[in-house]
Structures are given as structure tokens and as C-alpha cells.
Write a protein that binds this ligand. Sequence first.
Ligand SMILES: Cc1cc2nc3c(=O)[nH]c(=O)nc-3n(C[C@H](O)[C@H](O)[C@H](O)COP(=O)(O)O)c2cc1C
Length: 185
Amino acid sequence: MNRGLRIAWALTGAGHFLGESVEIIGSLREAVTVDAFLSRAAVEVLAMYGLDRRLSGIAASVTAETGHSFPVTAKFAVGMYDALVISPTTSNTVAKCLCGIADSLVSCMYSQAGKSRVPVCVLPTDVAPEMVSTAPNGNRVMVYPRRIDLEQAARLRDEDGVTAVSSPEELQSWLSQAIERGAFS
Ligand SMILES: Cc1cc2nc3c(=O)[nH]c(=O)nc-3n(C[C@H](O)[C@H](O)[C@H](O)COP(=O)(O)O)c2cc1C
């Protein structure tokens, strides 16, 4: 087991795969240090699902989006992080990242990690044409991602330095293999 690995884990404002993402962070506690970064929407959605306190309890730090220039993203350039994980990733943030837009905390993290050649792993929410999701009140809801959402999620696979996964299980496996190797690249 390698105790030296440090991950920047960005969460966006998605309900889908949110509980699973938080659980994976909890399961990594012994193996990897996780600093969590929240988009403005993620701050709201985490609270709606009652997961904000759980995340604070398991992440080494939690940083919420503020301002416009995101100086915290300079941490990729100085080698502070071995990897960036974005999970869950809204269709909004996926679209921004693929267009090269970096005007939000998470899209800027994606951009700066790429420019610093830090490995990135992305779990988008919109991975199938029909999905069963869970609303904040616990009810099951059907979600039908649009063609553009599915196309954008698929395009992530062509991005340099990016591993696009399509389920929490795949994300867990990517993390486990890296932890075993002691490196993410
Ligand atoms: C309860 C709730 C759940 C949401 N779940 C999703 C989701 O699973 N996937 C998604 O793409 N957007 C979802 N959204 C919409 C995003 O929060 C919204 O597009 C937001 O602007 C995304 O901002 P961000 O990408 O900066 O986090 C959800 C919104 C709410 C209120």
C-alpha cells in the first residue's frame, strides 16, 4: 500500500453517482489523501442529499468554489497532486472541459491539470440513454440524457491524459490499480 499518493477530487452539482463518489472517497482514506473541491452547484446538491457532513468527515480538506481565477489550481503545476478525479461530473462541466473553457473551479482544474500533465479521471453522469437515478428525497427517477450529453461524455475518451470511466466500479478499479502501482500514470 502506498500512503504517499494525493488526489484532488472535484465534485460537481450532480445527484447521479454522488453517493457512490462519496463512498469511494471514504474507502480510500487509508491509501490516499483526498482533497475535495466543490463547484458552486456541488455545494448545494451535496446539502440536498445530506452528504455534505459525510464528505467533510472523510476528505482531508474541502474547498468550495469562490471567485473567478481559482489560484488553488496552481497546485497542479507545483506537483502537489498525483491525479485529478472529477466525479460526479455534470453534463455542464463535461461540455465546458471539452470546449477548453476554464471559467469555473472544476473546468479550471481540468484545464490546469492537463497543462501540468497530471493524470485526470472523469466519471460523467450521462453514461446511458436511460438511467435510474435517485432524487434528493430518496425517490427513484428516470433520466434520459440527450444525444449531446451522451456524445460529449463519449468524446472525453479522446482527450489526452484523461481516463473516462462510465461507472463508479470502473472508477474504483482505476484507483485501485494506481494505488497498487503507486502511481496514476
Ligand atoms: C438535485 C439536483 C441533481 C442534479 N443532478 C444532475 C446530474 O446528475 N447530472 C447533471 O448533469 N446535472 C445535474 N444537476 C444540474 C446541475 O447542478 C446544474 O447543471 C449546474 O449548473 C452544474 O454546475 P457545475 O457543472 O458547475 O457543477 C442537478 C441539479 C439538482 C438540483
